[in-house]
Design a protein around this ligand. Structure first.
Ligand SMILES: [Zn+2]
Length: 291
């Protein structure tokens, strides 16, 4: 295997000695890769060259590499950088963020759309190179619905040979330093590793069971279809619907009256949006009234 994936490099470059054992989210203190590699010394500026020597791997998949990482660790070091832009239906993403943030208190969906989804989209889109040959748009839903086709196309794009076993990611060794709880949880449970306690552990149990029973399954999280209320969907559609549609997602149906009502309410507070937190809450509450 020529490739390995990890989280953002900023998470572990510069780790103190005490933190080294927490670098790997899969194996924790029993990890056979990161602690030894990180103990070798200071890798900043030569991270991928050193990692290539240490692991023998040639392709590194990094989540959300920062500008500092791209400039300091990759560019000019003899690597070819290919961007993979992973997109998902923005409504699923909105629901996921609402669910995630509600652990820490009250959330305002409209605030998430305006202050997180839209700026994030603009930022990520701007980060893609102007040369189309250097970046690839990968749809999360395609990855789940037609995994073989999608993964083999992606493999060709990044210059790897597609292996049909790749879908059973839990059968391989991974040393993830960040990532989705579900993926890490699946790896730990399928490989009989200790893992860790988290609030969604129970909800993944059905998925783990179906992998064990059928040896291959997919988990499509479509909770958002039931969880988002009509006003939240209306707000999303008015503010983000066109962009979401341009990515291939079908828009929700709203009457002209409903759209007009949204914009009227929105414009009432729009100019004060950034400075007046009470108005922000008021407006958000208007969309949240069906919790
Ligand atoms: Zn590990």
């Amino acid at each position: 295997m020529n490739a390995m994936s990890m989280g953002p490099t900023t998470r572990f470059v510069g780790f103190s000695k005490e933190d080294i054992n927490n670098a790997c989210f899969v194996h924790r203190e029993k990890c056979t890769l990161w602690p030894e590699f990180l103990k070798q010394g200071y890798h900043k500026g030569n991270l991928f060259s050193n990692l290539a020597k240490f692991t023998g791997k040639k392709v590194f998949i990094v989540n959300y590499p920062t500008e500092e990482c791209l400039k300091g660790e990759i560019e000019g070091k003899g690597f070819r950088v290919i961007h993979v832009q992973l997109v998902r239906d923005g409504r699923a993403n909105l629901h996921s963020k609402i669910r995630h943030d509600s652990i820490n208190g009250v959330v305002y969906p409209l605030e998430i759309i305006l202050n997180w989804q839209i700026p994030k989209w603009v930022q990520i889109n701007n980060e893609m190179p102007s040369d189309q040959a250097l970046w690839y748009r990968l749809k999360y839903e395609d990855l789940l619905n037609i995994p073989k086709v999608t993964l083999s196309k992606l493999s060709t794009f990044v210059g790897l040979n597609y292996d049909s076993k790749a879908i059973k990611f839990w059968e391989f060794e991974h040393h993830l330093t960040a990532g989705n709880t579900g993926v890490i949880d699946t790896l730990c449970r399928m490989q009989n590793l200790k893992g860790w306690e988290h609030h969604r552990r129970e909800s993944y149990s059905g998925y783990i069971k179906s992998i064990q029973l059928h040896n291959n399954d997919k988990y499509i999280d479509s909770e958002w279809k039931k969880a988002l209320n009509r006003k939240q969907l209306l707000a999303f559609d008015c503010l983000f619907g066109v962009i979401n549609q341009s990515l291939g997602y079908v828009r929700d149906d709203f009457s002209d009256e409903e759209r007009k009502a949204f914009w009227m309410e929105f414009r009432k507070y729009d100019t004060l949006w950034k400075s007046e937190s009470s108005l922000k809450k008021k407006l958000s509450n208007w969309f949240n009234n069906i919790r």
